[in-house]
Design a protein around this ligand. Sequence first.
Ligand SMILES: Nc1ncnc2c1ncn2[C@@H]1O[C@H](COP(=O)(O)OP(=O)(O)OP(=O)(O)O)[C@@H](O)[C@H]1O
Length: 335
Amino acid sequence: MIRTRGLTKDYLVGRAPTVHAVRGVDLDVAPGELVAVLGPNGAGKTTTMRMLTTLVRPTAGSATVAGADVLADPAAVRRRIGYVGQGNGAGRHQHVVDELVVHGRIHGLPGRTARARAHDLLDALDLAGLAHRKVESLSGGQRRRVDVALGLVHGPRLLFLDEPSTGLDPHTRAHLWAHVARLRAEHDMTIVLTTHYLDEADTMAERVVVVDHGRVIADDTADALKHELAGDRVVLGVARAADAPALAGVVARAPGAREVAVDGPRVTARVADAPTAAAHVVRAAAAAGLDVTDVRVERPTLDDVFLALTGRSLRDAGATTPDDEAAPAAGTDAA
Ligand SMILES: Nc1ncnc2c1ncn2[C@@H]1O[C@H](COP(=O)(O)OP(=O)(O)OP(=O)(O)O)[C@@H](O)[C@H]1O
């Protein structure tokens, strides 16, 4: 459904150094996949998505999207995809249903089909009761659902969602995702989304593509990334802090144990599989006469994955580098 090779975008910002927003991205997305693109601010997620949706012209590299080349046939790409950008797409003064019908007509649907499609989507996204309300009177979550409906009105098989749930409260986010998941199952859609919410990428996506400084630095299922890159953590406590070094010795002999550390009466370590390692340690500690008072197993998060990859936490990472610290807004295409 998507294939990119060496996809690159440079921006020229006045006399400032060139901004290397995207640096040679190779990405393959199969039909029906749901892929989350994750990365800190400024990593190049939106720029990549905008190249794939033909809104920004690549500086170098190639991209085929929904069977058409983004450079050779951008109109075909646009016909076949849906795109929900970061800003609200719906006109503020329009009625919800009219906005959907107009979008359908813009995409070439006959009036009757556009109206039928608009009403189907209003039902599917729980917006039927709001059809005749003005967009400006809707809540943030309702507006975002209208945006998703706009992205789907022409029945695309491939949908791009750029931070669809940013700024929504957890309940509204969950609601939006439930709708998207159902629409996806019903229409067998491929979805590529960007998000800042690690838990969202973890639970929603079958594949997580981690980007940093314009490059893909990891690409796999969330479980595989967590297993291979971060590993589980065990935390054990002993009654007497004086026994902690001896317990650390026991922990170090557990299967796959690494990064063993002592902190007062507590010992922590990374292990391949925490329940197996914890059971092993508890048995071995008892045999050695050590009184283990506390055992905790911690599964890694995608933030641990990012930390393992970059040494930075995704929560605090800014993605500025010496050669892309120029002001972002005023750039022109270097394509
Ligand atoms: N029009 C532009 N002109 C100049 N620089 C730009 C332009 N658009 C983006 N950039 C720069 O390109 C880099 C990548 O930006 P991009 O918006 O793709 O990142 P992002 O990963 O989507 O970030 P965020 O999570 O904050 O949305 C940043 O350094 C940004 O400042």
